[in-house]
Design a protein around this ligand. Structure first.
Ligand SMILES: Nc1ncnc2c1ncn2[C@@H]1O[C@H](COP(=O)(O)OP(=O)(O)OP(=O)(O)O)[C@@H](O)[C@H]1O
Ligand SMILES: [Mg+2]
Length: 248
């Protein structure tokens, strides 16, 4: 579904991606883990053409999107639902209108059906009764959940999640993970999820990719990652202060 090949990206003198290659199979849910500031969000932005690489390609269903612009890129983006790290809600829209927005934009569904789907989505993310609030009036965790409901509501083919649970309490974290896996099972989207939820993510993702120093250091099943003998991977998943990863 997605094939990233030899992706390079620098900002000024800072090289962030140094040859990332990763393939995501149809209907697979893959998690990307790695150091804070390591380039995970930068990588994700390349998958929908929000950033262009210095070198390398990103194929979505066989089409290289790195050279696309305008309408052609919009057409590709329609396949995606995205939960951005900061939520990226429309501040002047209520919770209800934020979630309804993609349905109004991308579909011709009658108002009543949009209403039913938005209400169902609100219930799924535990936000019933919050319809008329504005983003400034809800908590950070609630914003995350609104962003998640908005990303899933059109049942997109591919969903990108940038830390969908960061800042949530442990119960809400599990509820959101369950919502993601339930939706994944139900609609069978292809998912790329950036996460710092170790070890919880091992129960959610089909495969885990570890981004380190601008490349994919290791990709494998949760079991393969957990039992890896790579000292960098071992240190990272244990959160140890000692090891090859320098703490700056
Ligand atoms: N538009 C930009 N212009 C310049 N530098 C950028 C830009 N976007 C990201 N960077 C830099 O790229 C590096 C990687 O950032 P990125 O947001 O991808 O990290 P991350 O792995 O998502 O971290 P976190 O886990 O904290 O979210 C950072 O040093 C950041 O400052
Ligand atoms: Mg990030």
């Amino acid at each position: 579904m997605i094939k990233i090949a030899d992706l390079h990206r620098s900002f000024g003198g800072q090289t962030v991606l140094r040859g990332v290659s990763l393939s995501v199979a149809d209907k697979e849910l893959i998690a990307i883990i790695g150091e804070s500031g390591g380039g995970k969000s930068v990588l994700l932005r390349h998958l929908i053409g929000l950033l262009k690489p210095d070198r390398g390609t990103v194929q979505v269903e066989g089409e290289d999107i790195t050279t696309l612009t305008g309408r052609k890129l919009d057409r590709i983006r329609e396949k995606f639902g995205v939960v951005f790290q900061g939520g990226a809600l429309f501040d002047s829209f209520t919770v209800y209108d934020n979630i309804a927005f993609p349905l109004k934009e991308k579909t011709k569904l009658p108002k009543q059906e949009i209403h039913e789907r938005v209400e169902e989505a609100l219930e799924d993310v535990g936000l019933k009764g919050m319809e008329s609030k504005y983003p400034a009036e809800i908590s950070g965790g609630m914003k995350k959940r609104v962003a998640l409901a908005r990303a899933l509501i059109t049942e997109p083919k591919i969903v990108l999640f940038d830390e969908p649970t960061t800042g949530l309490d442990p119960i809400m974290l599990h509820a959101i993970h369950k919502l993601i896996t339930d939706t994944h099972r139900k609609y069978g989207f292809t998912g790329v999820m950036i996460s710092h939820d170790i070890p919880e993510i091992f129960h959610v993702a089909d495969r885990i990719a570890f981004l380190y120093r601008g490349v994919i250091e290791l990709v494998g099943t949760p079991r393969e990652i957990r039992t890896s003998s790579d000292p960098v991977v071992r240190q990272f998943i244990r959160g140890s202060l000692r090891g090859p990863i320098e703490i700056v």
